[in-house]
Write a protein that binds this ligand. Structure first.
Ligand SMILES: Cc1ncc(C[n+]2csc(CCOP(=O)(O)OP(=O)(O)O)c2C)c(N)n1
Ligand SMILES: [Mg+2]
Length: 303
């Protein structure tokens, strides 16, 4: 077996990278709305809120081969939050790992795209993450194993803010810095929401940045719906990792403040946002609002 090596990033300018990622994020949002409409309900708000993060990862940061999802040199992206699978399917379709035409099977019997993520069903899905708070523990083991094998791949773990309520997350956080897993990047979607209501009311986790720093992590906090800010943070998180030969350094966390339903005003203001039921007549309006926002953004950019 040949030892995987890091493939160089394309030499695009920051503006080109940003434009490519924003366009990918728009398509991810469209895919997510499409899948939501197939079922009439789902975790659509999370997918819309995290679309910019997923696009930055899949269209810019991750080294992978869409046609060979098990390529050993790939960077690993672990979704701990199984219920965000709809967002990951949209990103995998955008990335070319899943055919776009398959998205219409989302949530149906026999589909490779179940409502909660299952690694054995879906190409490109690294772990089954429905039981919250386990992703970072797996990521730590994976990063240790890769380093042991001399494989320079990065490991990303996408967590929700609800997963910060879990003790296992913090055990893993301490373990990662103890073992100096510099090629590990945690991404936390701070949408300030959980199944039982606002995060602040369920279990106060702020000051979040201080907690990660106290565990020995390099901490970046950004507007998770600002693609330029996301790319800067991911670049900085990764440069620490690539700067050392064996990835021996502090792990990095990118804390992303996002808005549930982002890009579709009708859904941004929904009171029950964790699991959305959307009426049949509302889907057309959701798509219209998404496209109108995208057109306005492009006009602004061209002005
Ligand atoms: C270990 C565990 N405890 C509880 C649940 C039930 N559960 C499913 S989603 C969820 C909310 C977690 O918060 P978050 O992921 O931030 O919610 P969201 O932002 O998607 O609304 C909970 C408690 C679970 N899946 N796993
Ligand atoms: Mg949340």
């Amino acid at each position: 077996m040949t030892t995987p090596t890091l493939e160089p990033r394309t030499a695009a300018s920051p503006a080109q990278r940003r434009a490519a990622v924003e366009a990918a994020a728009h398509r991810i949002r469209r895919h997510a709305l499409f899948m939501g409409e197939v079922q009439g309900q789902g975790y659509v708000g999370q997918a819309l809120g995290a679309a910019d993060i997923l696009a930055a990862v899949y269209a810019d940061q991750l080294r992978f081969r869409p046609e060979d999802p098990e390529w050993d040199g790939r960077d690993r992206f672990l979704l701990s939050t199984g219920h965000y699978a709809i967002g990951l399917y949209a990103a995998l379709a955008e990335a070319g790992t899943i055919p776009v035409g398959e998205l219409e099977t989302y949530g149906s019997d026999g589909s490779r795209l179940p409502m909660s993520g299952m690694a054995t069903y879906t190409p490109g899905m690294e772990i089954s993450g429905g039981s919250l708070g386990h992703g970072l523990t797996i990521a730590v083991g994976l990063a240790l194993g890769l380093r042991h094998r001399g494989n320079p791949a990065r490991v990303f773990n996408f967590l929700s803010d609800g997963e910060l309520d879990e003790g296992s997350t913090w055990e893993a956080a301490m373990g990662a810095s103890h073992h100096r897993l510099g090629r590990l990047t945690a991404i936390v979607d701070i949408n300030a929401l959980q199944a039982d209501g606002p995060t602040e009311g369920v279990l106060r986790t702020e000051p979040v940045a201080d907690k990660w720093a106290a565990c020995g992590w390099r901490v970046f906090r950004v507007d998770g719906n600002d693609v330029g800010a996301l790319l800067e943070a991911f670049d900085a998180a990764g440069s620490g990792a690539d700067g050392t030969e064996d990835g021996d350094g502090a792990p990095a966390v990118v804390l992303c403040d996002t808005r549930v339903g982002r890009g579709v005003p009708l859904l941004e203001t929904r009171e029950k946002a964790h699991f959305m039921r959307i009426e049949e007549h509302e889907w057309a309006l959701c798509n219209e609002q998404l496209d109108a926002g995208w057109a306005a953004k492009n006009e602004e950019g061209n002005a």
